[in-house]
Ligand binder design. Structure first.
Ligand SMILES: [Zn+2]
Length: 427
């Protein structure tokens, strides 16, 4: 075996049940054996090449940050609070006009923060794929989803060609990197991200989704983020129209779809590629803050992944997140941090605390699932993958309320395991 870990508490990544006194045996990036409650004579000696032994730690699936924009990390603590959504977008557009070196230095620091806070996988939205190599070097898996936008449908092919050039370049390099055997298990993949229904044509959405399905890629998009988006998408009016006029961006005849964006995307644009028998977890809808009309029915029919970003949600002062309604649809609810331009850290434990504060009635296990194994489903990461985080257990914590105690106590991270390899270790 490559690694043996002994810990007082363990969350099984398949059942999500809490087990006591566990020894985990890991080989070739997979959990090969789980010994529960048993004393192994001689302890961990001789069980594996490397060992970790924790008297009071919870070993849990590694965190999956299902929505971030690492290429906005240089804007951390730069933007004021209280901006309207379109004012914030103006700041982002201006904020991207900085030297590439500044952006890449901030991405490197953000990747360090991800790893140190126990995140083993991400779904990162990226304009040009600049996060790919920094994530890959740290062994963080998941998908870097290349972003494209443009409300003029006649320009969809050109937008896709730009994305394709980036895909070819990154995947060519990646092939060389993984051929060296530098890291275990499945690599970081490329996905697609049409930006949002108020900025991206139906043609480009369909182009990207058709390709994503055909090539087995993750597709992620922002949707139903604001009421302004609802208004603009339906009737082409309101603050988003003003935004286009202010920035002198042509609307190319856009007059609205007379429909909510979630329904339009799922029912009109994507339905031919979606399965009704199985969940469509690889389609990752970000936010869904304002479902309207038949949206919840379509979410229940197609069961995509949905990403809730609690601290970004609070930053924009949105109405209460419809978490209970979305959970009822059976969709795969995940948790993400969004970017440092609307959040103050990339820690999923911080995000979990914010989620619990916003939804005190929800049990902590549901929230932890959203932050871990649900994200794995979106990324097709096998349940027995040895992506793990060891969290210190506060003194006096009871099993029945263990997850809450860990959140209350700001539990320290003892170790991060990626594909069976100790990637970071504090204790
Ligand atoms: Zn976002």
């Amino acid at each position: 075996m490559d690694l043996a870990i002994r810990c007082s508490h363990y969350i099984d990544p398949v059942t999500f049940e809490l087990q006591r006194d566990v020894i985990l045996l890991i080989e070739k990036g997979r959990i090969a054996e789980t010994i529960i409650g048993g004393e192994v004579s001689g302890g961990l000696t001789g069980l594996a090449k490397e060992t970790l032994n924790y008297e009071a730690a919870l070993l849990a699936p590694g965190f999956v940050n299902a929505h971030c924009h690492l290429d906005l990390s240089h804007l951390a603590r730069q933007l004021p609070t209280g901006l309207s959504f379109t004012e914030w977008i103006d700041c982002i557009i201006e904020g991207r006009k900085v030297p590439a070196q500044q952006v890449s230095a901030a991405i490197e620091a953000a990747c360090d923060e991800l790893l140190a806070s126990g995140t083993t996988s991400v779904i990162d939205v990226s304009v040009d794929g600049a996060s790919y190599t920094p994530l890959q070097r740290r062994g963080i898996s998941g998908a870097v989803c290349l972003e494209a936008l443009g409300i003029d449908g006649s320009k969809a092919d050109a937008a896709m060609e730009r994305v394709d050039a980036v895909v070819r370049q990154i995947e060519g390099e990646a092939e060389k990197f993984y051929a060296t055997g530098a890291t275990h298990g499945s690599p970081l993949r490329i996905g697609f991200s049409p930006h949002a229904p108020y900025s991206t044509s139906g043609e480009l959405y369909q182009h990207m989704f058709g390709r994503a399905v055909g090539e087995g890629r993750v597709l992620t998009t922002h949707v139903a983020e604001t009421l302004d988006e609802q208004q603009f998408f339906r009737i082409a009016q309101g603050p988003i129209r003003d935004f286009y006029e202010r920035r002198k961006i042509a609307l190319a005849g856009f007059t609205g779809y007379d429909q909510s964006p979630i329904t339009e995307i799922l029912w009109e644009w994507f339905a031919p590629w979606l399965s009704v028998e199985q969940a469509n977890s690889r389609l990752v809808l970000v936010h869904c803050n304002y479902p309207q009309g038949p949206d919840l029915d379509h979410l229940a029919r197609f069961k995509p992944s949905i990403v809730y970003c609690p601290r970004s949600h609070a930053y924009f002062g949105h109405e209460e997140y419809p978490l209970a309604d979305l959970l009822k649809t059976g969709a795969n609810l995940c948790l993400g941090t969004d970017s440092l331009a609307s959040n103050d850290s990339l820690s999923m434990l911080d995000e979990l605390r914010a989620a619990r504060e916003a939804h005190p009635a929800l049990d902590a296990a549901t929230l932890f699932k959203m932050a871990t194994i649900n994200g794995r489903k979106a990324l097709d990461i096998a349940p027995d993958t040895a992506d793990l985080v060891a969290l210190g257990i506060p003194q006096g914590a009871q099993d029945a309320t263990l997850l809450n105690s860990i959140l209350n106590a700001r539990a320290p991270i003892y170790a991060v395991i990626q594909r069976g390899r100790i990637a970071a270790r504090a204790v």
